[in-house]
Design a protein around this ligand. Structure first.
Ligand SMILES: [Zn+2]
Ligand SMILES: [Zn+2]
Length: 340
């Protein structure tokens, strides 16, 4: 099978031929139809996350077709369409797993990080951590739901009942969460890289009541803010923008250092918290909710061989919505925009 692999941190991905993997007990072999490109992939490439499997096939927003069941795998039929998220396995026995907080498992496996992911024609997955994909979505349109959507949803839940919600960084996760937030009757205030009028327009198109630079203050005090941009200086900026009792949720897996800030920004029972990974329950809840909103994903598709280009566009902020790799598409040098 063709796969794009990361041989070492800070290297470009290389296209290689690998043996088609064999599903082990409880695993399914999936023919990958689409795989989303997530900012976490960039953090792995940049060596910002410790101890990745190497060489590694990135990709944890996999949509594909079950081609073969391993022994004792009977949850899905061959031919079923499934999604594979970041949470690839948990131990089931640590204090966090036993408390229903498997997102914090002490011995987890993560797709496209500590085990191979979906930047390839085939992928393996533990059947227990796969999700059926709602029929309303095409393969490529569904891919961003599996991380940008799931973890975006978890971060929205952790923002509490905030009516005025700030979103810092208007990429793949934000464009999904803004739609859910609006559906729930919240007001969305979108903050982008200074001067990024294209992203601000995109946010307004998706119903944001206000969009502006991340360095500016919103016109109203916010009840909560979610940070999708991996920029530590946004933490004090967001604290400055939220009202007493407000919550600032850091939704990324990595962030540049948070600068020192005066205690008065945290005073007034403001909260700063992070979001780590997902539980299977988050996935089930969000994938049931998404078609009811309905969440529409804006994607730009790339051939598998163009994974480095997709990552570079994400790094440069030159994407509207989410990048999605299509392993079945051959040699495209242009990408196209679709709306699901
Ligand atoms: Zn555990
Ligand atoms: Zn992700």
């Amino acid at each position: 099978m063709r796969a794009m692999i990361l041989a070492a941190p800070k290297a470009s991905l290389c296209q290689v031929e690998l043996a088609k993997p064999e599903p082990g007990p409880g695993q399914v072999l999936i023919r990958v139809r689409a795989c989303g490109v997530c900012r976490t992939d960039l953090h792995v490439v940049d060596g910002e996350l410790p101890d990745p499997k190497l060489p590694l096939v990135l990709g944890h927003e996999i949509v594909g077709i079950v081609e073969r069941n391993g022994e004792q795998a009977d949850r899905f039929q061959e031919g079923d369409r499934v999604g594979v998220p970041w949470l690839g396995r948990t131990c089931g026995t640590c204090r966090f797993c036993l408390a229903g907080r498997e997102n914090l498992c002490d011995r987890p496996g993560f797709t496209g990080y500590t085990r191979d992911g979906g930047y390839a024609e085939y992928a393996l997955a533990d059947q227990r951590y796969c999700f059926p994909i709602p029929a309303a979505y095409g393969d490529a349109e569904a891919a961003p739901l599996l991380c940008a959507g799931l973890i975006g949803y978890r971060s929205l839940v952790l923002a509490g009942d905030a009516r005025r919600l700030g979103i810092y960084g208007f990429g793949a996760a934000a464009h999904i969460v803004a739609q859910v937030a609006r559906h729930q009757g919240r007001e969305v205030y979108a903050f982008t890289r200074p001067g990024d009028e294209e992203a601000q327009r995109f946010a307004r198109d998706l119903g944001a009541v206000w969009a502006g630079d991340s360095t500016s203050q919103p016109p109203e005090e916010l009840d909560a803010a979610i940070l999708y941009a991996p920029v530590g200086s946004l933490v004090p900026a967001a604290l400055r923008a939220v009202v007493k009792g407000g919550i600032v949720v850091c939704a990324g897996i990595h962030m540049s250092d948070i600068p020192a800030f005066p205690y008065r920004l945290l005073w007034g029972e403001r909260t700063v918290r992070s979001v780590a990974n997902l539980t299977r329950r988050d996935g089930e809840e969000f994938l049931a909710l998404a078609p009811r909103v309905p969440v529409r994903t804006e994607i730009q598709t790339f051939a598998l061989a163009d994974a480095n280009e997709a990552l570079q566009r994400l790094r440069d902020g030159r994407l509207r919505g989410a990048a999605v790799l299509l392993p079945a598409a051959h040699c495209s040098d242009q990408s196209k925009s679709l709306t699901g």
